[in-house]
Design a binder for this molecule. Structure first.
Ligand code: ARG
Length: 464
């Protein structure tokens, strides 16, 4: 089959080389954007008189038919036509004859591929934001169910201070909220229309780039033709944002895995999101959470691949850049799939709140409150810390909790202790006293939830 660029060549391509440099196996997923971009380009060529209005019309009709053919599974792509851009052009020429050969006037695959990937990514960013927002809604719903569910907060994975499940869940809300923000920001820079950059140096034809941008829903047109065809920052940015989403999901998954162990027993995953063992009949494994944790590595790899692919490239387009697609597609697919599974896994999990409360009561999570109690009575904090440290040491040797010490025992450590010490170290009180903005007390978390809902609302009405 003759190549669209065959004129300068005397020999056929090597077969292996043809396979090697062809991208149709993966860039076929851009078919819709490629066709829409071509329709906008053809209409513009017609508008400015580079082709006639009738020609533009016939090209657009042909492209629409190809779109329908592809969607009906009736179009055949070929490796010889290399990529989605030349496959679509070839299909067009097969359909409408020589007129199809006018479509590529004042355009290069270099600006075309930049356009297609940007159009694709704009849609995927919106989808990913949608999935994040769904997850955020679930977090709010769960947080509202657990304003008083106490569990230990940890540092170094050692029980530290009591918090509430609502507060813990809302911590993740914040992470995903930053993720949404990052994606919105990335969207702005993806929303730039590169057609007109040509291969690298623009074109002599009097294009109406603005008209193309408007038809395709782009905010603005690219400023520099060299940059337009060599910029993949938007793909890197998305993948970096995706890597952060995966990191957040992975940390959450790690907690879910720990929490569903018998040692913690804070959570029981629904059967629909767990798996068994082929050998051990008793097992119920948190595979979904483990897989999401594992898949974070893929997305970090995609980011690394993109950055490394780009780092040594001289301006402008280089074929290396064809490697952007599989990494980007993988990041998009992975992060979306993980979000799609994580949300229902979390929403259907049973929280074992009794176990959480029991764990919060052990492990001296109220020791800081005991020290603070002394501070309120006038003892300098450092001294209070020392006193409580000795009391804890004493408790450990007696196998007691702080609540179980008698007032006499307390007074061995400091005469300042009084009856009201027991209220100060009550776990519920330890939480409710932390009403500092951003803290775990019910009223502080309720305010955080209210703000979170406002944030969601303004997002949904587009006012953020
Ligand atoms: N398939 C190519 C890619 O994905 C399209 C651009 C090809 N341009 C070129 N000059 N060979 O990057």
């Amino acid at each position: 089959m003759s190549k669209l660029w065959g004129g300068r060549f005397q020999k056929e391509s090597d077969r292996l080389m043809e396979d090697f440099h062809s991208s149709i196996s993966f860039d076929r997923r851009l078919y819709k954007y490629d066709l829409q971009g071509s329709m906008a380009h053809a209409r513009m060529l017609g508008k400015v008189g580079i082709i006639t209005a009738e020609e533009a019309e016939r090209i657009v009709e042909g492209l629409k038919e190809i779109l329908a053919d592809i969607e009906a599974g009736k179009a055949e792509f070929s490796v010889q036509a290399e990529d989605i851009h030349m496959n679509n052009e070839q299909l067009l020429t097969e359909k409408i004859g020589d007129l199809g050969k006018k479509l590529h006037t004042a355009r290069s695959r270099n600006d075309q591929v930049a356009l297609d990937v940007r159009m694709y990514l704009k849609d995927e960013i919106i989808e990913t934001i949608g999935l994040l927002v769904e997850l955020q809604k679930t977090l709010i719903e769960l947080a509202e169910q657990h304003p008083d569910t106490v569990l230990p907060g940890y540092t170094h994975l050692q029980r530290a201070q009591p918090v509430t499940l609502a507060h813990h869940l809302m911590a993740y809300f914040q992470m995903f909220s930053r993720d949404v923000d990052r994606l919105k920001d990335c969207y702005r820079r993806t929303n730039v229309m590169p057609l007109g950059a040509g291969a690298l140096a623009g074109t002599t034809f009097p294009l109406d780039r603005q008209f193309v941008a408007e038809q395709l829903g782009f905010d603005r047109i690219s400023e520099n033709s060299l940059d337009a065809v060599s910029d993949r920052d938007f793909a890197v940015e998305f993948t970096a944002a995706a890597a952060l989403i995966m990191m957040h999901l992975s940390r959450f998954c790690e907690e879910i895995i720990l929490w569903s162990s018998a040692e913690f027993a804070f959570i029981e995953l629904d059967d629909a999101y767990s798996t068994g063992s082929s050998m051990m009949p008793q097992k119920k494994n948190p595979d979904v959470a483990e897989l999401i944790r594992g898949k974070s590595g893929r997305v970090y790899g995609d980011l690394q691949a993109l950055l490394t692919m780009l780092k040594g490239l001289p301006l402008a387009y280089n074929k290396d850049m064809q490697e952007d697609k599989e990494a980007l597609f993988d990041a998009v697919d992975t992060v979306k799939k993980c979000l799609m599974l994580f949300r229902p896994m979390l929403a259907t999990a049973k929280f074992r709140t009794e176990n959480m409360a029991r764990a919060a009561r052990g492990g001296f999570t109220n020791a800081t409150d005991l020290a603070d109690y002394l501070v309120y009575k006038g003892v300098p904090f450092r001294q209070a810390h020392e006193i409580v440290g000795r009391a804890v040491f004493y408790c450990i040797s007696k196998e007691k909790t702080l609540e179980e010490l008698s007032l006499e025992e307390y007074r061995e450590f400091s005469p300042v202790f009084d009856e009201d010490v027991y209220k100060a170290i009550d776990i519920g009180h330890c939480v409710s006293a932390r009403k500092v903005p951003g803290g775990p007390a019910r009223e502080a978390v309720e305010k955080a939830i209210k703000r979170a809902k406002q944030e969601m609302q303004s997002f949904l009405t587009g006012r953020s």
